[in-house]
Design a protein around this ligand. Structure first.
Ligand code: SF4
Ligand code: SF4
Length: 288
């Protein structure tokens, strides 16, 4: 069972939901929590895991042997990312723009291009109590989070419940994080910005054919338009967390909701039961 926790917009409380769901479930299920928000991972602040393994994430970037190069320009022509430029006497590679697709070395008629690994991030794994923890960290200044997300997801352990904290938005790293999930929980807030970005996130999960449900965080801050939208689109609102200064206080001290206010544990267990029901119903209907 893979549950991704996403949001169209940053700052809605995605990590609050992902960590509380993992902590509530850990006595009932084998739980793995992956932090795929590799540009700004923060789950470790709340779970304080013991890291036992660290692995570099590299992409293959081209190096040109100018002794063999005839400056024909084919490599620059084929590069969709403008990561390679050819002048009459030089070939310039811009490693930070390179996506490591390998097209230039494959198409070079002189076999003048070889590839070298370049580190763009790190994946660390370990444990927080009984929760298996993995997170990715994109190196500061690097522009490609998706290969780091992919590396984090290679560690998915299908023997239990996997919770994925996804980066905000609807771009490539979000698609990479969510795909393959059995369910996507969309965390939003009842404001016009929250609604706008929720609509984009819903379109994305529909495109990926993943069932979804909504958690409304900071309920009371805005209006009822998010609920009205969910009703119209038949998207279940699975949990509502009120705007509460007490929650903000414990969270700002790095304490998760279910640790700081233990009465929430039951609500998160019920949330997971509903997710399971919906995901199972969906897989049954696909088999029919
Ligand atoms: S395709 Fe090969 S030979 Fe042509 S410019 Fe690029 S590196 Fe040089
Ligand atoms: S590997 Fe792909 S992205 Fe990188 S320079 Fe070559 S063609 Fe461009």
């Amino acid at each position: 069972m893979i549950v991704s926790v996403a949001s169209g917009k940053g700052g809605t409380g995605k990590t609050l939901v992902a960590t509380s769901l993992a902590l509530s479930l850990k006595d009932r299920e084998r739980v793995q929590l992956l932090d795929c928000d590799v540009e700004e991972p923060d789950v470790h602040i709340f779970l304080r895991p013991v890291i036992t393994r660290s692995e570099a994430v590299c992409i293959q970037v081209p190096e040109v042997d100018e002794k063999k190069c005839t400056y024909c320009g084919k490599c620059a022509e084929v590069c969709a990312y403008h990561a390679i430029a050819v002048s009459p006497q030089h070939v310039l590679v811009f490693p930070q723009l390179c996506h490591g697709c390998g097209a230039c070395s494959y198409l070079c008629p002189e076999e003048a291009i070889y590839e070298e690994g370049r580190q763009i991030g790190t994946v660390e794994s370990g444990y927080s109590d009984s929760i298996a923890f993995v997170h990715g960290k994109l190196t500061v200044g690097e522009a490609m989070p998706t290969p780091v997300v992919r590396k984090v997801k290679e560690q998915v352990n299908h023997d239990g419940v996997v919770i994925i904290d996804v980066s905000p938005g609807t771009s490539c790293p979000v698609v990479e994080s969510i795909k393959g999930s059995d369910f996507c929980l969309l965390v939003t807030e009842p404001t016009p910005f929250g609604l706008n970005d929720l609509i984009l996130a819903v379109e994305l999960v529909k495109e990926l054919k993943i069932p979804c449900g909504v958690v409304i965080n900071r309920a009371g801050v805005g209006d009822r338009k998010v609920e009205e939208y969910c009703l119209k689109e038949s998207i279940p609102v699975l949990l509502t967390i009120p705007l509460d200064i007490g929650i903000a206080r414990i969270y700002s001290r790095g304490i998760t909701l279910v640790e700081g206010m233990t009465q929430w544990k039951e609500s998160f267990l019920e949330l997971f039961d509903r997710i399971q029901e919906i995901a199972h119903e969906r897989s049954r209907s696909l088999k029919r």
